[in-house]
Design a protein around this ligand. Sequence first.
Ligand SMILES: Cc1cc2nc3c(=O)[nH]c(=O)nc-3n(C[C@H](O)[C@H](O)[C@H](O)COP(=O)(O)OP(=O)(O)OC[C@H]3O[C@@H](n4cnc5c(N)ncnc54)[C@H](O)[C@@H]3O)c2cc1C
Length: 653
Amino acid sequence: MCANDMPTKKCSQRSDRELGMDRAIPRRDFLNGAAMTIGAAMLPGGRFGDDAKLGEAQNHPGYNPPVSTGLRGSHPGSFEIAHSLRDGTFWQNAATPESLPEKYDLVIVGGGISGLAAAYFYRERAGSEAKILILENHDDFGGHAKRNEFHLGGKLQLLNGGTMLIDSPTPYSAEAAGLLKKLGIDAAALDKKYTNHGFYKSLGLGSGVFFDRETFGDDRLVKSPQVGEEESSDAESSARWKQFLGKSPLSEIVRRDILRLETQKIDYLPGFTSTERKERHFLLQIAKVDPAVLPFYQSRTNFEWGVGIDAEPALDCWAHELPGFQGMKLEPGAAPHMSYSAAGYANGGSERFHFPDGNASIARLLVRNLIPAAIPGDSVEDIVTSSVNYALLDSAESPVRIRLNSTVVRARNVGDSGSAREVEITYATGKQVYSVHAGACVLACWNMTIPYLCPELPEKQKEGLHYLVKVPLVYTSVGLRNWTAFQKLGVSNTYAPGAYWNSISLNWAVNIGEYRSPRSPEEPILVHLSRAPCKPGLPAREQHKTGRRELLVTPFETFERKIRDQLARTLAAGGFDPARDIMAITVNRWPHGYSYEYNPLFDPEWPEGQAPHLIGRQRFGRIAIANSDSGATAYTDVAIDQAYRAVNELLAA
Ligand SMILES: Cc1cc2nc3c(=O)[nH]c(=O)nc-3n(C[C@H](O)[C@H](O)[C@H](O)COP(=O)(O)OP(=O)(O)OC[C@H]3O[C@@H](n4cnc5c(N)ncnc54)[C@H](O)[C@@H]3O)c2cc1C
């Protein structure tokens, strides 16, 4: 087989055939990954071409974005207007806004969990008659909490396209926990009742490491020594590591150093100060490993922060249980100069629960609460399999309305911000531009877009908002005909330190309500692949910007080839055939993913109250700012907390 990036046309064609690039599967609806928005495609005139009707797409029969495949996440059609606003070209080409005769108490920009929670909190305080409009630029509500829905072999299978689970570095606040409780969510109880954590282990499957030939000289899948194993003595652990390393393509020197790091209890920092513990090159300069060890650990932190160990301080790595610290007698608990999430996890995190579609179930429960007619059912269990009637989301009959495919391009106080009693919100859908008026506005959208929506903001506030560079990520859901290759190889998930996809995992085993996870390896299943596009060596925020640019120019076809190639190379010895075994692909591309969390290696220690997100989220007249960005933390509880704060600010004003 040819290498990943195939040099010749002949090689590319042969390889593409072997990989199954020509197979007819649900994955892309237009050439080069211009994914279809289902409702829009059903309109006369086809996809986005009929701009006049784009805003009404959600009202058409059959509109059901979670079943769309191809490029999802920030799908084509969701971001172009915002980018033209950023580039200063939007108003040059835009139609004069048409003022709609609609009047609201509150307009919320952004239909993610923060926006939906803001609607909930506002209505709770202002009363059930409060008129609220939520404007969202994507074709679905939920924001990062996106549902991927498949029907493999006729059976419903779900995965999270973004926000994976209820899980936070710190326990949920009273407000966030209270909201979950009102929605019927008791994370600990649900986890106990519905998650089969031991399922794959009961079949003899554990974790594996895939060494790719471009990084390690050879393609090799080796079962991991530690994860999923029983508590063991030092000698047993050492023996397992030796066995693992012996099967790896790593050199003798690298094996020796990894064995030392993983199994020996050495205090590398006796008498070191806290500042010295921030030392960037813990592995090289303190643990003094051979530089060739680094690729083995490089992407272990990608999942948490979207950058590898080159851009993470040692203390954060310790909190996330990377090796080398076991002999250093570090007490559990946070220390100065840790990032928020690591500091939190070092103190113990929140309760955890994964709905089959991730936190999309929270978004759906919120929508059911706000617009009961749109989602039938009445329990936290039945939300998983309930269908959304999208045509009822933006109904004049309902006090709360959700308008999809609508990008807000301006939010302004009518009159002086100090005395305004009204806001005007302008949004674009296709080439149509509309304005609505409301008593107040919550911007629950990505905070770095706000300076473009509100150019009147004070310069210092705009600077603060611009500082927050969101973390790009890709979460991919792939439908497989069966998972016998995983079974034969004894793995349910793999970490791939050097490969394009950082990890591959079989779907969670969760049985809730009428939803049933696959049980037999002969059944179709979904696998989850994740990638954090980053550029090791650069400062963290530069890595995020580079990764974002990469994501925006990567066509679906490239993602697909990388998926097929890596699955084939990882699972080949188990009999996996990508051309035969892949049934469907959905790539959730998030150029603007996790909220930016300050990184002690690159960000200064701000004076009290001066951190950019605090300056950036100040209320501006009748406009308040929510979203997890304004908590500088990428978690659902923070998205809810920030909604609560923003609504309170408005009501207090
Ligand atoms: C891949 C991924 C995995 C994650 N996993 C977890 C997890 O397991 N657990 C966890 O707690 N958190 C996780 N997160 C963090 C997640 O961001 C938060 O938990 C939460 O979902 C954020 O909600 P939000 O409403 O603040 O932001 P978002 O979900 O981003 O919602 C904001 C919405 O505003 C919209 N918007 C932006 N600009 C405009 C505009 N001009 N007009 C109209 N709409 C606009 C955006 O498109 C978006 O839909 C994950 C994030 C990502 C990207």
